[in-house]
Write a protein that binds this ligand. Structure first.
Ligand SMILES: [Zn+2]
Ligand SMILES: [Zn+2]
Length: 362
């Protein structure tokens, strides 16, 4: 057992409490990572608000990077000191989705209450998102780890663990956008800017960002958007019609969790276009559609989790693009905070002004 400092959620919706908890040593197939950076994702906020259930107390945090500090038996390809990402993509490698190359849909359940974390009195502490990375160290399954070069700054690297792969992957892996297509991205925040980068990497002819905030539309252009439309416009789809000469979008990426964004998304679709559900509303939230339009216009709707990423395939090329200056990471970091400032950092993320706030442990 190692004593580590962690941000613990004792009550949904209440501030996190910084306290010492116990982390057991890595068991067979597990890796301990001394964390250097962990970004705050809206999924952490949904969990700490109780939007998706789960047990308490819990330690969340899942967009992290650090260095390997201990190895369980049977772990290969890693050594102490290696720079790595810590992700929530825990895959068993043997279930049907894993064996079919879709580890983000791994069907083997994981009991987060019997993970490596416990309270100092030995009572249960949930291993939130199978990571528990709002803490100085994390123990995770080796499938959740991706090696990164020593040269990449840890704050920028941490974003690769969730926000970047979710946004870029949704466009490249799920939507499979082709050169010349038109992509509408609803929301120009931490995930939306990455969907925009993904569309640029894919060779989209038009990349139209939609957001409530004019400054965020300007930022979207720095990440590759060709056009920006204010969501506050009474009929933003008319602007998209003007931009596209009436053809509308081949792919609409909904990168926020707000229901009105999901309900307006079909308005931007052209004939044969598809909308992709990237942002994740709380459980129980409902959206309504006119099925006749989807049918008549041969349109589709598809979910995408963690950008359908395969870590060993996708992290190396994303790191390479970053090294070449073709993928922005440093520009996504809008705030750096200490662990004891995590509640302020979360409040800043909630305000919608941040791209990504990152907790630094060193
Ligand atoms: Zn996330
Ligand atoms: Zn599996």
């Amino acid at each position: 057992m190692t004593k580590i400092k962690a941000a613990v959620c004792h009550e949904f919706g209440a501030p996190l409490s910084i306290e010492e908890v116990e982390l057991r040593a890595p068991q067979a197939g597990e890796v301990e990572v001394e964390l250097e950076a962990c970004a705050i994702c809206f999924s952490d906020i949904s969990f700490l608000d109780g939007g998706w259930g789960g047990d308490l107390p819990a330690v969340y945090g899942h967009e992290a990077a650090g260095r390997v500090s201990a190895l369980g038996d049977g772990v290969s390809g890693l050594k102490i000191g290696d720079a790595v990402l810590v992700t929530l993509i825990r895959s068993c490698a043997t279930c049907t989705p894993c064996a079919s190359g879709v580890p983000t849909q791994c069907a083997t359940p994981y009991d987060r209450m019997s993970g490596p974390l416990s309270m100092p009195d030995g009572s249960l502490l949930e291993h939130g998102l199978a990571c528990g990375a709002f803490a100085e160290r994390a123990v995770v399954d080796q499938s959740q780890i991706a090696r990164i070069p020593d040269t990449i700054p840890m704050d920028a690297a941490s974003l690769l663990s969730c926000g970047v792969v979710t946004g870029v992957g949704a466009v490249v892996n799920t939507a499979k956008v082709r050169p010349g297509q038109t992509v509408v991205v609803i929301g120009a925040g931490g995930v939306g800017l990455n969907a925009i980068q993904g569309a640029a990497i894919s060779g989209a002819a038009r990349i139209i960002a939609i957001d409530m905030v004019p400054e965020k539309l300007e930022a979207a252009k720095e990440f590759g958007a060709t056009d920006g439309v204010l969501a506050t416009d009474p009929k933003p789809w008319k602007k998209v019609a003007e931009i596209t000469g009436g053809r509308m979008a081949d792919a609409v990426m909904v990168t926020v969790g707000a229901i009105p964004a999901f309900e307006s998304a079909p308005r931007f679709l052209g004939s044969g276009g598809n909308m992709y559900l990237v942002g994740m509303p709380h459980s129980g939230d409902k959206a309504t559609y006119e099925p006749v339009i989807f049918g008549a216009m041969a349109q589709g709707m598809k979910g995408t989790k963690m950008g359908d990423v395969v870590l060993k395939r996708d992290i190396p090329w994303l790191v390479d693009l970053y090294g070449q200056g073709r993928l922005k990471l440093d520009e996504l970091v809008s705030g750096r905070w200490r662990l004891d400032q995590i509640n302020e950092a979360i409040a800043d993320t909630r305000s919608g002004a941040a791209r990504r706030n990152v907790i630094l442990f060193k």
